[in-house]
Structures are given as C-alpha cells and as structure tokens.
Design a protein around this ligand. Sequence first.
Ligand code: F6R
Length: 236
Amino acid sequence: MNIIRAKNYEELSRMAATSVAAQLYEKPDSVLGFATGSTPIGTYKELIADYKRGVLDFSRATTFNLDEYYGVPVTDENSYYAFMHTNLFDHINMRSEAIHLPDGMAPDAEAQCVAYEAAIQAAGGVDLQILGIGNNGHIGFNEPGEFFPAKTNHIKLTDSTIDANSRFYASRDQVPTTALTMGIGTIMAAKKILLLISGAAKKGIMEQAVFGPVTPQVPASILQFHGNVTVLCDFE
Ligand code: F6R
C-alpha cells in the first residue's frame, strides 16, 4: 500500500481530486467509484472547481456509488442519491444515465443487489474507487463481521454506524437501519483504490487497517491484499 500523508484536509482533497483528474485524462470514459460521507466532500469541491475552470470533463465517465440506505427515497435529503447530487453531480457534466447508485426503494433488495453488481460488470468494472473508512473499519457499508461479503448485498448497519450517522437526523430512531452496499469483493475488483482518511480520530483505525492483521473484524484491512491502493490521510 502506498501511504501519503497530506499536511491538512485541503491538501488531502486537492491530492484526491488530482488522482481523479489524472484518471480521467488517461481514460476519459473511466468508471469511477464514489463514496459519500464527510471525508470526500472537499475532493468533490475540488472536482467541481476543476470542471468550472474548464480543465476537467466528466461527459464520458460512468460512476457507481458504494452504497445507499434501504427504504429511503431519492427525494429524501439524507439519501446518498441526494448527497451525491448536492455535493457533486448537480455541478458537473456527468450524463444522468451514467450515474449509478443502488436503488434504495427497490421492492426486492436482493434482486437490486444482483442487478447492481451486474451493471458494474457490464460497465467493465471500476477503474478508480474512492473510499472512506468508518470508525469501526467499515468500507462501503461492509461492517465488521465473521467474513468478507463478496458481492453487493443488503446489510444491517451496526449500532456504531447508526450512532455515527445520527448526526444527520433529528433523532437516532430516524436513522435507517439497513443499506445496500457493494461487497468487499466488488470493491477489491476495482483496478485502483484511493482510501481517504481525515482527522486524528481515525488514526487508530487507519493503523489497524493498514498495519494490523487482515481480518473481517476490520473490513478495510482486506485492502492490504489489493495491488494498487493509495491511502491518503491528513495526520502523521
Ligand atoms: C459512504 C461509505 C462509508 C464512509 C465511512 C466514512 O458511502 O461507504 O464507508 O466512507 O463511513 O464516513 P465519513 O467520511 O463521514 O467519516
């Protein structure tokens, strides 16, 4: 794993956006894997700024997001669909038909997972996947457990993730309890992975993921087995 320590969040965001830009310069029809959460917001701002300056073109790109809450409509401001549109897609020239998130309102969650996985395959797989990491080591919504889920799946969020996500809701009992997420195998199939980790509070989990044993108790630790991962953090 290549570990880069940025001076601060601004530098981390600039570096991450530069990686996305380099990917698009090299392959304008890249398949990009995107994440939600606080960490990539600065990266998305930089990508928007690059697009507005006329140095970045998303018109041939395809995107797949890692995950979406289940049972939450796209019109809900807490849906990941809304997050991605507000923080990125509404401001760049992505074709709407090239934007993919799992459908959190699909009546059959399992069938939706199979369809999402198939759509990623049909697009040729993810060229560059942006990841964040949960306080408990999750990537996507693959929570600590007994095994690494292979494919896109319908998961139950852990109490720790529900606690972390409750900052966006008036009360904890409004936080969705299940989600559809790319599996660990789906993520590991990406050609390149960029793991963004911001804030000293994540230093402990970063060290477990990057230097500790590979275990499904720390889902991000599996990334040690991927041949092209860059970990970009903003702490020593
Ligand atoms: C989001 C996702 C999550 C987040 C993680 C970190 O699509 O898949 O794994 O990347 O929970 O979230 P933040 O960046 O808010 O700390």
